[in-house]
Write a protein that binds this ligand. Structure first.
Ligand code: ZN
Length: 74
């Protein structure tokens, strides 16, 4: 698969930190498995991983926090 952003790089498996903004909360999720472009650094998450990231984000919404840092849990 060719990178959709730069059209020249090849995404390779690795891990990224995903940053989300949800209802006033800044959420960082570390060690998320992704495919990362070796040229521009753009990353791609699978549908299953995206769903899991969103689930983890939901657990933080409603807490009285502004910033939360989580580790990805499959
Ligand atoms: Zn790229």
């Amino acid at each position: 698969m060719e990178c959709e952003i730069c059209k020249t790089g090849q995404p390779h498996p690795g891990h990224v930190t995903v940053t989300l903004q949800r209802e006033g909360i800044t959420l960082l999720i570390k060690d998320v498995p992704a495919r990362i472009c070796d040229n521009c650094g753009e990353y791609y998450l699978s549908e299953a991983v995206t769903a899991r990231v969103m689930q983890q984000a939901e657990t933080s919404v409603g807490k009285n926090v502004e910033v939360e840092i989580l580790r990805f849990a499959a």
